[in-house]
Write a protein that binds this ligand. Structure first.
Ligand code: ATP
Ligand code: MG
Ligand code: FE
Length: 335
């Protein structure tokens, strides 16, 4: 099957063509980061309007780049949640209209399932079952992928998502939006042992909590500001990042041990993080666990991962109809 994927859940307008769930033919991503930068975060209304402007152009470009026409497409898959409702509706409505007009199969896709499927595009040999850490701007989940389209959530954040924590700390340090890539880069020049920020482990639970860490970093910044001591931004970035990464890696490895799984996948925007990748490789070796992560271009929001997820949903007998609505708080495994 040839799948046209469409993604518009946040601030990326994207369309992609994927063959058979794993073969990437094109992946066009138009990011609105520059547009939202001056507001320090994504402005929903602005995002929706930009999606409307771009969606048709991006879809056409994805078809052209793949060397196909709409005629060659079998399935159209679009994100219907979670995300910003006005943003989701643009991609979803476009996909519904296109599939109705061109008589194509239509599949609504969970954005988080999409992030997980990015690993299938990047690693042809990867097959379930495995444990996957999904770390993004809005989510931090440890998911057991029992089979294609079959998920068990083993752990989730009880407050902030990992990416959200990066973005908030970056804002407090005056580093702009989005914060993850900047902190990642600055941390390379910093001393991770300069400050010992708390690792919140919640006993043996596989759940996460990042708000305590965030408060601790903010208090540290405020205290130094108050007494007029110069903040070494690189050190704060490195020490904060180390605290986040420690918890993410430890818990995911514990989850894999619990499931007797020798495979861990990592997905979502934060999966681009260089220290996270490094630490996973180090720790996994000790436990003889194999680590998979997609290249950065497939970690960030993109439609190729949505097309891949749509393929696996479809071959597992799940199709959507024209009444499908956007669901901003859609959960993984919920239909
Ligand atoms: P969700 O997928 O939960 O709906 P989202 O789609 O907005 O949220 P993504 O696009 O998957 O999130 O990821 C964006 C997040 O990833 C941002 O919080 C950003 O700061 C973070 N991020 C991107 N690159 C890095 C990096 N190198 N290190 C750490 N964080 C990063
Ligand atoms: Mg984004
Ligand atoms: Fe995302």
């Amino acid at each position: 099957y040839v799948v046209l994927g469409i993604e518009s859940s946040c601030d990326e307008t994207s369309a992609a063509v994927v063959k058979g769930g794993r073969e990437l033919l094109s992946n066009i991503i138009s990011t609105q980061i520059e547009l939202h930068k001056k507001f320090g975060g994504v402005v929903p209304e602005v995002a929706s309007r930009k999606h409307v402007e771009l969606i048709n152009v991006v879809i056409q470009e994805a078809l052209d780049k793949a060397g196909v026409t709409l005629n060659d497409v079998d399935i159209i898959g679009a994100t219907y949640g979670p995300g910003l409702v006005g943003a989701l509706l643009v991609g979803l409505s476009t996909a519904k209209a296109l599939s109705f007009a061109a008589k194509k199969k239509f599949v609504g896709v969970n954005h988080i399932e999409g992030h997980i499927c990015a690993n299938f595009l990047a690693h042809k040999e990867l097959e379930p079952p495995f444990v996957c850490l999904v770390v993004s701007g809005g989510h931090t989940n440890i998911v057991y992928i029992e089979d294609y389209g079959k998920f068990e959530i083993m752990g989730r954040t009880r407050d902030d998502a990992a990416g959200e924590a990066y973005d908030k700390i970056a804002r407090a340090l005056g580093l702009g939006y989005p914060g993850g890539p900047v902190i990642d880069k600055l941390a390379l020049q910093g001393n991770k042992d300069a400050v010992n920020f708390p690792r919140i482990n919640l006993d043996k639970s596989l759940d996460f909590s990042f708000s305590g860490l965030k408060t601790s970093v903010l208090n540290y910044i405020n205290k130094l500001n108050m007494v007029g001591t110069k903040i070494i931004v690189e050190d704060v970035a490195a020490a904060f990042q180390e605290a986040v990464v420690d918890v993410l890696v430890d818990k995911t490895i514990n989850a894999a041990i619990l499931k007797k799984s020798k495979i861990i996948g990592i997905a979502g925007g934060v999966a681009s993080n260089s220290r996270l990748r490094e630490k996973f490789m180090e720790k996994a070796k000790i436990h003889d666990i194999q680590i998979f992560f997609p290249p950065p271009i497939l970690c960030t929001d993109n439609a190729a991962m949505i097309a891949s997820a749509a393929y696996y949903e479809y071959v597992n007998g799940r199709e959507s109809d024209m009444s499908l609505n956007a669901n901003p708080s859609l959960r993984l495994g919920q239909r």
